[in-house]
Write a protein that binds this ligand. Structure first.
Ligand SMILES: C[C@@](CO)(OP(=O)(O)O)[C@H](O)COP(=O)(O)OP(=O)(O)OC[C@H]1O[C@@H](n2ccc(N)nc2=O)[C@H](O)[C@@H]1O
Ligand SMILES: Nc1ncnc2c1ncn2[C@@H]1O[C@H](COP(=O)(O)OP(=O)(O)O)[C@@H](O)[C@H]1O
Length: 280
């Protein structure tokens, strides 16, 4: 039986403006989303034994139907009407519940992989429609380009030109519930007059874009994150920010060596998860 091995990358949010709350409880956003080279490895194989099996073996990530990758496979299998079985193994490299979109990326990768394995021929647009029902960030990972994301995160426009940078991701092992962060957000009447351009040329220019309305909620609960942002700046980052709902904090660097040195220093000093990865 045919088998695929795929990489599911993480993301960071260079910008996250919350514009308001919708009647269904979701929030209207304006984000700039960037994929980075820290990836889960996903094997997908068709099987003669009907049913979907997902194994991950990582604490905090459910096997079986609780896994968003299982739900992605289920959605496509139902749509296909086929009787085949699907076996999915996830080698989890992306920290979990960390604001890096690992679950959403796994789901997007499974949608694309199962579409290919079952020969369904669904367009990316159709996969994004199916994906947004699994999670607001899933369409972005099918889009595969640095994006301005609006709506609940699903209305995507490609950024015209973004610099290739090095991103240092630091996660102090704090798990954050995205739902909790949105529930505890205090919406203000702040203006949204910052213009987001289509093109940014340097790390310094991207640093001017960095802002996240969810930061005060998560950093309010975990003040250590402010310290992490400072450590990244001291280590030479052009800018630092919390990603998504947190608790991962990232710094942006133009220079690979400087980024690798910063990650090694922070990992050695405090024993936290800290890696330097390129933007994709
Ligand atoms: C904050 C962000 C930024 O990229 O990323 P993460 O921190 O999760 O990585 C996203 O908005 C997270 O997207 P995602 O994690 O796919 O969201 P979902 O599973 O659909 O929803 C999780 C919870 O967040 C809330 N939610 C999500 C998206 C949105 N635009 N408004 C919301 O209020 C939902 O009400 C739900 O309770
Ligand atoms: N494939 C998966 N990878 C990671 N988390 C998953 C997965 N499937 C289900 N989950 C659950 O989704 C929650 C959010 O995880 P994740 O996508 O890593 O975080 P975030 O929303 O911060 O980007 C976790 O608490 C985890 O239990």
């Amino acid at each position: 039986m045919e088998k695929l091995k795929l990489l599911a990358p993480a993301k960071v949010n260079y910008r996250l403006d919350v514009l308001g709350k919708r009647p269904d409880g979701y929030h209207e956003l304006r984000m700039v989303m960037q994929r980075v080279g820290l990836c889960d490895e996903i094997s997908i194989a068709l099987s003669g034994t009907p049913g979907i099996r997902v194994t991950c073996g990582k604490v905090g990530v459910p096997d079986g139907p609780g896994n968003i990758a299982w739900r992605a496979a289920d959605a496509l299998l139902k749509l296909s009407g086929k009787e085949t079985g699907i076996d999915i193994a996830i080698d989890k490299r992306i920290p979990v519940a960390a604001g890096l979109g690992g679950g959403s990326s796994d789901a997007a990768t499974v949608l694309m992989g199962v579409n290919q394995l079952l020969g369904l021929g669904l367009s990316d647009e159709r996969l994004m429609e199916i994906g947004v029902k699994l999670g607001a960030d899933v369409p972005f990972f099918i889009f595969k380009k640095t994006a301005l994301a609006e709506g609940i995160g699903d209305k995507l426009t490609a950024m015209e030109s973004m610099p290739g940078l090095w991103v240092v991701l630091v996660n102090p092992g704090i798990h954050v519930s995205t739902a909790w962060v949105y529930q505890n957000l205090i919406l203000t009447e702040k203006g949204t007059d910052t213009i987001i351009r289509g093109s940014y040329g340097t790390a310094a220019e991207v640093a001017g874009l960095l802002s996240n309305d969810l930061e005060p909620v998560t950093c309010g609960k975990h003040p250590l994150l402010n310290e992490l942002k400072e450590m990244l700046l001291t280590a030479g980052a052009a800018g630092s920010l919390m990603s998504g709902s947190g608790a991962t904090v990232f710094g942006i660097f133009e220079d690979e060596e400087a980024a690798r040195r910063a990650a090694a220093e922070i990992a050695a000093a405090r024993g936290w998860f800290a890696v330097a990865v390129p933007t994709l």
